[in-house]
Design a protein around this ligand. Structure first.
Ligand SMILES: *Cc1c(COP(=O)(O)O)cnc(C)c1O
Length: 380
């Protein structure tokens, strides 16, 4: 069913068609052609990372990060339960165990004060998720990781062009994973990138991404023939994906500014509602610059949240909730464990509503906001 105001509408216009036409004309469709190279260079310079590698999805970037971290059967990775399945799957696919700790009440990010108590002799890494494009408390987290010799993987799927104390998200831990899924700020339908800060693993990352072969080094003329040298899979996207992505990446700053402007407009709309106690608005700490990825509200109860979503749908406005916390999902019960109570994870996920937010939403922000203001008071 088509909504008057959909939850998401991808950006796919003339700029993308221009580059896709170039890819077709040049007849170079497989990966690591000039558009993929341009995307790599853009990511490396704008996100200040040693190496960026385009992948077929954020999920595959996380899978690569888990392999490169050297996770083995029985190892543990500390992470939040309030996230998408991909963050935990990357760990489980290595035979390792996600260990969930609760989130902070203000940002809905992993509570850094709970990490140390979850560390055991089997802990190898901390996976942080920058929810809604708002940074986790990276200084304390990096300090804990250094003290215990743990790797830090940043699930920065939602966080392109966000920063923490001036540092781009995805560039702070050993690895960062970006997503270019249709719902993300910058998108190519499906797509992602692995960001690497540890120079020592770049060569291995290239090999894992190319089916375990040293084809990238071969393509650069560094070796005479390419061959199977390590484990790997096919993680590189075709030039069609990279050409499409490039149409957005080259104007990513501008697209982000537009998105943040829409986010700010929602935020201003709901100030009074928050002051009157009807909703809680998102919190962005002072040391964080957000990319405006998600605009959400927290209702006082799950019943009110559910009623708001249902009533918005009557008005043909598509709002959604997420996530079913991973620790209570069927696969989470099988593959993972918790450390400590999941109080905020359970509570906040049951009261959260995400509002439509996409490029071109424009004045419909006001339509959605007015509907929310009216409905929230009626269902209260
Ligand atoms: C979108 C998302 C992913 C997965 O990215 P895909 O590109 O869809 O594979 C992983 N983690 C988080 C937090 C996400 O929001």
């Amino acid at each position: 069913m088509a909504y008057r105001i959909p939850f998401n509408q991808p950006l796919a216009g003339a700029r993308a068609v221009k580059y896709l036409t170039e890819v077709c004309d040049e007849q170079r469709l497989s990966g690591d052609g000039r558009f993929t190279q341009q995307c790599h260079e853009w990511l490396e310079s704008h996100l200040q990372v040693r190496k960026a590698l385009m992948t077929t999805s954020g999920t595959s970037a996380l899978d690569m990060a888990a392999i490169l971290t050297g996770l083995q059967s029985g190892d543990e990775v500390i992470m939040p339960s309030f996230t998408f399945s991909s963050s935990a799957n990357a760990i489980v696919l290595r035979g390792a165990v996600p260990v969930f700790v609760d989130i902070r009440e203000d940002t809905l990010n992993i509570d850094e004060r709970l990490i140390e108590a979850a560390i055991t002799p089997r802990t190898r890494a901390i996976m942080v998720v920058h929810y809604a494009g708002v940074a986790c408390a990276m200084d304390p987290i990096m300090e804990i990781a250094a003290r215990h010799g743990l790797a830090v993987i940043e699930d920065a799927a939602q966080a392109i062009l966000s920063s923490y104390r001036g540092r781009p998200l995805g560039s702070i831990g050993q690895f960062g994973a970006l997503s270019f899924h249709e719902t993300k700020n910058i998108s190519s339908g499906e797509g992602g990138a692995l960001l690497i800060n540890d120079a020592a693993v770049i060569e291995r990352a290239e090999i894992i991404r190319e089916k375990g072969t040293n084809r990238m080094a071969f393509a650069r003329g560094e070796i005479q023939k390419y061959t199977w040298v390590d484990l790997g899979s096919s993680y590189l996207p075709s030039e069609l994906i990279s050409g499409f992505l490039w149409s957005q990446l080259e104007i990513a700053r501008d697209l982000t500014d537009q998105r943040v402007a829409l986010w700010n407009r929602y935020h201003a709309h709901f100030a009074d509602l928050e002051a009157e106690g009807f909703v809680r608005r998102p919190h962005v700490p002072d040391e964080v610059i957000s990319n405006g990825h998600i605009y959400y509200l927290l209702l006082p109860t799950q019943a009110e949240r559910d009623a708001l979503i249902a009533n918005l749908r009557y008005e043909s406005i598509y709002a959604v909730f997420h996530y079913v916390p991973l620790h209570s999902a069927p696969a989470g019960l099988r593959f993972a464990r918790t450390n400590g109570p999941m109080t905020h994870t359970d509570d906040l996920s049951s009261r959260l509503v995400r509002l439509p937010l996409w490029m071109g939403l424009n004045d419909n922000v006001d339509v959605v906001a007015e509907a929310v203001k009216r409905l929230v008071k009626r269902i209260n």
